[in-house]
Design a protein around this ligand. Structure first.
Ligand code: 13P
Length: 340
């Protein structure tokens, strides 16, 4: 393993002013997004949508440091024969690949999930490197509900994340390590903080056990907010304070970048939370975004299957707002320049 190179890539993807575009929706998930704008879920439409994003020059060259791709996209070419991965490279962003096989029901623990995909991963990783991927993503899903998550659910998921991360680094690929504690539910922000802290502590213990070099990973956590159905919704300052407290208590300073998932937060809400953390706290890691929905929602609504320029304008605006938030320099005035 060339750790210096992994560290360089992890820093590049999360450098202040930039973040990651998560465009790795599986076939089922992209169908849900397309259903909202009445676009048919065909291979060509999926390619056109993603090509539109990757050809968005302003967003890609200024604000996006990495793009997470779905397997299909890593192999697709545009009409003029350019591989989509080459568009990303040409914009100066790093192409990456989602390698997990999704969250599946966990035997013996009704309602809990474990992420599949380790079998054969070592072999697949070699091909992904040849196809141009320089980082990967694996998402674990942990739900809060009453007494859940169970210790077994947390341990099984963090163990899989650690094994995945070790396989990535062996293949000279930076692992994005994503232990997502879901925001859905009526849990309070304090319960969310408690479970997130537990999961992250367990995760870093397992990463250590599996020999993963922290200088060569990117952590992709959830923010600590109030559960979506909780009667009391914490304000921006409380979210920033509690998220930063949990991260400081769990994430070693040797990790180059922490890039949040948006997890179903509103576009602007996710941006404002990220901004408050970067504006209010001095942090040892790059703290930025690795958003899927919060970067794409307004662009999808503007594109609607054909409006390339409108889609690119909306995408560039959201990417710029999140870039500003990664610097702690976002303002409502700049937001209002285009309704995001
Ligand atoms: P969201 O920002 O929509 O949560 O997606 C990010 C992601 O990559 C989830 O794995």
């Amino acid at each position: 393993m060339n750790l210096e190179n992994l560290n360089f890539i992890a820093n590049h993807m999360t450098a202040p002013g930039t973040g990651v575009l998560a465009a790795d929706e599986s076939l089922g998930t992209i169908k849900k997004r397309f259903d909202n704008i009445a676009v048919e879920n065909t291979e060509t439409n999926r390619r056109n949508w993603r090509e539109m994003l990757f050809r968005s020059n302003e967003a890609m060259t200024k604000y996006i440091g990495g793009v997470i791709l779905f397997d299909e996209t890593l192999r697709q070419k545009s009409d003029d024969g350019t591989a989509l991965v080459d568009l990303i490279d040409a914009a100066g962003a790093v192409p990456g690949i989602k390698v997990d096989a999704g969250a599946h029901d966990m035997a013996g623990f009704a309602g809990e999930k474990v992420t599949n995909g380790l079998d054969g991963l070592r072999e697949r990783m070699k091909e992904y490197y040849q196809l141009g991927a320089r980082f990967a993503k694996w998402r674990a899903v942990i739900e809060i509900d009453g007494h859940r998550p169970s210790a077994a659910c947390v341990a099984t998921n963090t163990h899989a994340l650690a094994r995945y991360a070790a396989i990535c680094q062996e293949a000279q690929i930076v692992p994005i390590v994503e232990p997502e504690v879901l925001m859905g539910g009526d849990h309070t922000i304090d319960r969310y903080a408690e479970v997130t802290e537990w999961v992250l502590k367990h995760l870093f213990m397992d990463l250590h056990m599996h020999g993963v070099a922290l200088e060569g990973i990117v952590l992709k956590p959830n923010m600590v907010i109030s559960g979506k159905e909780c009667a009391v919704q914490a304000g921006v300052d409380e979210v920033a304070e509690k998220t930063v407290r949990v991260l400081r208590a769990t994430v070693p300073a040797s990790v180059p970048g922490v890039a949040f998932l948006s997890g179903g937060q509103g576009n602007r809400q996710a941006t404002v939370h990220l901004n408050a953390m970067n504006a209010g706290y001095d942090l040892p890691w790059n703290l930025t975004f690795s958003f899927g929905r919060a970067l794409q929602k307004s662009a999808l609504a503007a594109w609607k299957g054909e409006n390339v320029e409108a889609g690119q304008t909306a995408f560039a605006h959201r990417a710029k707002m999140n870039s500003l938030a990664s610097l702690g320099k976002w303002t409502a005035e700049q937001e209002a320049e285009l309704d995001g």
